[in-house]
Design a protein around this ligand. Sequence first.
Ligand code: ADP
Ligand code: MG
Length: 318
Amino acid sequence: MPLSEFQLIARYFAGLSPPDAEGVVLGIGDDAAILRPPPGEDLLVSIDTLVAGVHFPPFLSPRAIGHRALAVNLSDLAAMGARPLWFTLALTLPEVDESWLGGFADGLGTLAARCGIALVGGDTTRGPLSITIQVHGAAAPGRALRRDGARVGDSLWVTGRPGLAALGLQRLQAGVADDDPACAAFLWPEPRLAFGRGLAGLASAAIDVSDGLLADAGHIAERSAVGIEIDATLLPLEGALGAIPLSEALALCLTGGDDYELCFTAPAAASAAIAGLAAAQGLSCRRIGTVVPGVGARCAGVETTGMGYQHFRESADG
Ligand code: ADP
Ligand code: MG
């Protein structure tokens, strides 16, 4: 007998809803969840959909899909400097495959528990595999990090090793074992929640790197009405990225997506505090450029057309 929708939710998803979760008056099981936002704080809401074959490759394990679906959403809260509270899950499945569901719920639930976010509801439907998660978070009033606060003279920073995930994807497609550090960067993106919260009050603008460093820095530039100049000599091309030809490493670092690192701007006066925050969290964080008068983000000496991933970009041939 295949599981009913209710049995499926009870078996795989009810456990992602801890009984002591903050602000949950009523969770899974009714027509709507009842949530009580932390008094006096701003509520932040973000949603992302993963469509099979578009947002993740077919070889991804169910556990990695579950992790990724939540990680990309938590990364948006990280980029805003917010504290995660609740999420909802809209799941479209081609069939009820219990071994798939077990792996998916494990990947999702492990990350949810670690980041302290509670599942409070969702929807389950039949169709081509697609996962939509909406996250809710909180931030002190007016303290959330936005894309529109960069000022001329600020420094541009990035955490981690942007480009590593894209290198990992290439290696996974070529059949390299997934314990390779680059492969792990693609398979298990880590939302930089603690770092994002530490940046609130230090950074002037922030974004998470999902489409590629240059494209995402470009979003800060656009929203802040400034230009951004990335210095290629400052990019963190170390480890696996340091072991491949420089031109390839540069292209991956500037245009590879899927890293979910944080890219942000900050006044020079905040530099020591940012370095201290990174050191305290054991996260590498590098100053890679400057906010200048002008339009858009660029990296001198590197061709910048057609960089970053966009779903509805017009193709060159019309
Ligand atoms: P309704 O028909 O009123 O929309 P549903 O039958 O869709 O109710 O859902 C019943 C309950 O189960 C609701 O509380 C809903 O939030 C929850 N739910 C459904 N699907 C999921 C899911 N994938 N994850 C978590 N909760 C879910
Ligand atoms: Mg429903």
